[in-house]
Write a protein that binds this ligand. Structure first.
Ligand code: A2P
Length: 276
């Protein structure tokens, strides 16, 4: 069933999730409630987005049963030593007001500090304790994943990385796939760029009687990526969830020409982040 993805350790996720970066406060609660209402079941937040409470509030208010929802948050890079990580995870759960998280991710490996293995041990123990059901990472390169495997024997269920046609990240996707790790894509629509105005994308959309975002989301699907599009607008939320467009090999080849080494939306490699 192509509407779900499953990891090596049996975590099953819907093929599209809802990104919540910058959705906060009462307006944010409204957007997340809309998203749940139009059908999203996977919700992606983070300690650093300062919106775990926003997402938790929406989950508490919706009529959708708690067990149908996958609430995700992320452990900041500045909390990586074992004790701070343990406290941070408990604080994230507390902020949601939900008693547990379905999925918790290390936000980035913070390689300069070099304590992501300790953080990973704290995540494994939090899962053991029942605070979080499933654990994963974000922005990990294959070398960091190899280190986790060598040091702990436990691979993440999910690796959330930047993926879009300007920055396809195909090697990381392939490594994840070969190890049964689900690749989630952040900035899947190329937030803040001209991606949705690219003639190649617009041309394919026009030919297929569709729209540019649907083409980009179909490109994600073709690469086995679980995109996390963010929208504060209910119509676009629904459009991003409901699209079932399939691209031809020729369409994919055309889109591949958009890739470029400096294609990151932030203009910055997440391995060099300071504050996260
Ligand atoms: P809005 O919240 O007004 O819908 P990304 O998912 O790559 O982070 O991109 C998010 C940005 O893309 C937001 O600015 C969002 O604006 C916009 N966006 C989301 N869905 C669509 C869509 N279907 N068509 C056009 N723009 C979209």
């Amino acid at each position: 069933d192509s509407s779900y993805l499953t990891s090596h350790d049996g975590l099953t996720l819907p093929a599209v999730g809802f990104g919540t970066y910058l959705l906060k406060g009462e307006a944010g609660v409204g957007s997340v409630l809309d998203a749940i209402d139009v059908g999203y079941r996977l919700l992606d937040s983070a300690f650093n987005y300062e919106n775990e409470g926003t997402v938790g509030e929406a989950v508490r208010r919706t009529g959708v049963p708690r067990k149908e929802l996958i609430v995700t948050s992320k452990l900041p890079g500045r909390h990586h030593a074992y004790e701070p990580a343990t406290q941070s995870i408990a604080e994230s759960v507390f902020r949601t007001g939900l008693g547990y998280l379905d999925l918790h991710l290390i936000h980035w490996p913070n390689p300069k500090v070099g304590k992501y293995v300790e953080a990973w041990r704290a995540m494994i123990d939090a899962r053991e304790a029942g605070l979080v059901r499933h654990i994963g990472v974000c922005n990990f390169e294959p070398e960091h994943l190899e280190t986790l495997l060598a040091e702990t024997g436990v691979l993440p269920s999910v690796n959330q990385i930047e993926v879009h046609p300007y920055f396809p990240n195909l090697e990381a996707i392939a490594w994840n796939r070969d190890h049964g790790i689900i690749t989630e894509g952040w900035s899947p629509l190329g937030r803040g760029t001209q991606l949705l105005q690219e003639p190649v994308i617009v041309g394919i959309a026009e030919r297929l009687g569709s729209d540019p975002a649907a083409v980009v989301l179909a490109w994600h699907r073709a690469h086995g990526v679980l995109p996390l599009p963010k929208s504060g607008n209910r119509e676009r939320q629904l459009a991003n969830l409901a699209t079932s467009l399939v691209l031809s090999d020729d369409d994919l080849t055309q889109i591949a020409t958009l890739a470029r080494p400096d294609g990151r939306t932030t203009g910055q490699d997440p391995l060099t982040w300071e504050e996260f």
